[in-house]
Ligand binder design. Structure first.
Ligand code: FAD
Ligand code: DLZ
Ligand code: SF4
Length: 508
């Protein structure tokens, strides 16, 4: 029997990945390839590229040790075809194969490219997720609104995580109410860091030589790059940070990049960890008294709730999702998203740490960089491309619904029932950013006022036809209408002046 090519992509590094389960060690050839197209369809952060290439190389080694025949193409291989379809054809020719097997990629772009390959490529469902496409469709069918909270309850029932019979542990499904504490005094610890080994060093040299101009600093590089390390990082998080995860989930602090977050999304999304082992470890921490319920419930909700829900939305909405622009926002992405050169401390902190770590936590992504882009009316496609490039955990299936849906409201309200916008008050309450900022969060209009303040009202005013009747926003519109004509005019003028400066490329 002819061999078949078993394609494993850079974010499919799980030993039980579907295509491998379909394969035959004695017959088939596993293909893994570092290719220019995947490394450059957006200008990925160098840490993201280095992480994936190192993890791919190590995964290929473990497959070989396990008896698989692996054909691995390095980026600098002179024969490299430069794209996944080209590498499939090259591998087929070498092995005299005429069909390939793979697992569904996480981006429509690549699914479409595989469909164009001129030999049969059999694509198997990616069952590393809790909820299949069909199951999500069944859940979504006939619902007026696709609210995450209802989906999440189904997933709790399905997994039995934090369930007491058919009731939620502790009597409530969601303990978010307890999870909004402002920044704590001091943070100890942080994610487990790993010294680069020989494989990582080799990849770092390659990435340095090829992607030095991309946004982002490559070194120090400390990510886990195999499952053993990723599991150590998970255990470290469960012991040291999970107990505080809930309380300070939304907090932000100058110089504190990780707070009590897990920093495991890049490992989970690439396949080095599975959702079940993460959730089981968190649930065990609750059962053994190591972590309180509000922390563990909040953490598990992110994984079996938000993460699965976002994937469901991406595959349900289809390839045009990233192009949606319900609010018709057309402004170009401001230059400071790439150089962090802004007087706004919240933005310079979030962007600087993104540049250095390829990481920012959820509230920084949502309420700082995302909030500003939405208030300033930046084109959501440009915002989407930025997020896809700069975070080590970014793949379209999870990034797009978070950006286009949750953060930019560009999908018209599929993910969120109202836009996530706020003035400076929210940022001031949840962070210590405002203390050292060139702008004054307490001032509402004029030169020295916090731009989030007037941009917030200008956003509401600009979109009053769409949001004015939304019951969840009625209170804010009442407050706006209660302001004097003079104050409203002042606010709109401050916003206009600021946005003119932004468009002119002035430092703001
Ligand atoms: P923790 O705060 O410790 O949370 C635990 C885990 O829950 C995460 O590792 C992640 O797997 C999951 N999770 C939490 N929130 C979400 C969410 N909203 N959607 C999906 N999974 C979630 N997450 C990505 O994995 N990739 C992205 O490209 C991405 N882009 C985002 C863009 C925007 C605008 C926003 C608002 C959020 C985005 N998120 C993305 C979700 C979230 O910000 C990250 O998953 C989280 O910050 C990763 O850090 P952590 O591992 O420390 O997470
Ligand atoms: C993100 C990425 C990068 C940077 N490079 C590669 C690569 O060279 N080879 C590969 O197989 N995968 C890579 N990936 C991950 C893919 O882009 C990812 O599989 C798709 O975006 C689908 O999620
Ligand atoms: Fe950000 Fe405004 Fe606070 Fe400055 S004052 S850090 S711009 S919220």
């Amino acid at each position: 029997m002819k061999p078949r090519i078993i394609l494993i992509l850079g974010d499919q590094l799980s030993p039980d990945i579907a295509a491998l389960r379909e394969a035959d060690k004695d017959r088939d050839v596993v293909l893994m390839a570092e290719v220019a197209d995947e490394a450059s369809y957006v200008p990925h952060h160098p840490k993201k590229i280095a992480f994936l290439f190192a993890a791919m190389r190590k995964f290929a080694d473990t497959l070989r040790q396990d008896g698989w025949q692996v054909r691995y193409t390095k980026l600098d291989d002179p024969e490299n075809a430069g794209c996944i379809p080209g590498e499939i054809l090259r591998a087929c020719e070498e092995a005299s194969a005429d069909e390939a097997l793979t697992t569904e990629p996480g981006e429509f772009r690549l699914i479409e490219a595989l469909e164009e390959v001129p030999i049969p490529v059999h694509i198997f469902p990616d069952d590393r997720f809790l909820c299949s496409h069909a199951e999500f469709e069944t859940w979504a069918e006939g619902r007026k609104e696709l609210r995450m909270e209802w989906f999440y309850r189904e997933m709790r029932r399905k997994t039995g995580l934090l369930m007491d019979g058919d009731k939620p542990e502790g009597g409530k499904w969601n303990y978010d109410h307890d999870n909004r504490k402002p920044p704590p005094g001091g943070i100890e610890g942080g994610p487990m860091q790993f010294t680069p080994d020989e494989t990582v060093e080799e990849v770092l040299a390659l990435v340095k030589s090829r992607f030095d101009n991309n946004f982002g600093t490559l070194e120090p590089f400390w990510f886990a790059t195999d499952t053993t390390q990723a599991r150590r990082a998970l255990t470290h998080f469960i012991k040291t940070a999970l107990p505080n995860f809930g309380d300070f989930q939304d907090a932000m602090m100058v110089g504190e990049r990780f707070l009590y977050h897990s920093v495991i999304s890049m490992y989970l999304n690439a396949g080095l960890l599975g959702w079940h082992e993460i959730c089981d470890a968190a649930e065990d921490a609750y059962k053994s008294g190591l972590a309180p319920l509000n922390a563990v419930e909040g953490f598990i909700r992110q994984i079996i709730g938000w993460r699965e829900y976002m994937r469901g939305i991406y595959f349900r909405e289809g390839p045009d999702y990233t192009r949606r622009n319900t609010l018709n926002h057309q402004r170009k992405l401001s230059g400071f998203y790439w150089d962090a050169d802004t007087k706004m401390t919240c933005l310079s902190e979030a962007i600087t740490q993104t540049r250095e770590e390829a990481y920012a936590h959820h509230i920084q992504r949502l309420m700082v960089t995302g909030n500003f882009a939405l208030l300033a009316g930046i084109d959501p496609y440009e915002v989407h491309e930025w997020y896809l490039a700069v975070y080590a955990d970014a793949y379209e299936w999870v990034e797009a619904p978070n950006v286009i849906g949750m953060s930019q409201f560009a999908d018209g309200g599929i993910v969120g029932s109202k836009p996530y916008v706020s003035g400076g008050n929210y940022i001031n309450k949840m962070s210590d950013y405002c203390k050292g900022c060139a702008y004054d969060v307490k001032v509402k209009t004029g030169e020295g006022a916090c731009p989030f303040n007037y941009l917030y009202w200008a956003f509401l005013d600009r979109h009053k036809d769409r949001f004015g009747k939304n019951p969840r926003m009625a209170q804010m519109y009442r407050t706006w209408m209660r302001m004097s004509d003079e104050k409203r005019a002042d606010t709109l003028e401050s916003a206009e002046r600021f946005l003119e400066k932004l468009s002119a490329g002035d430092r703001v």
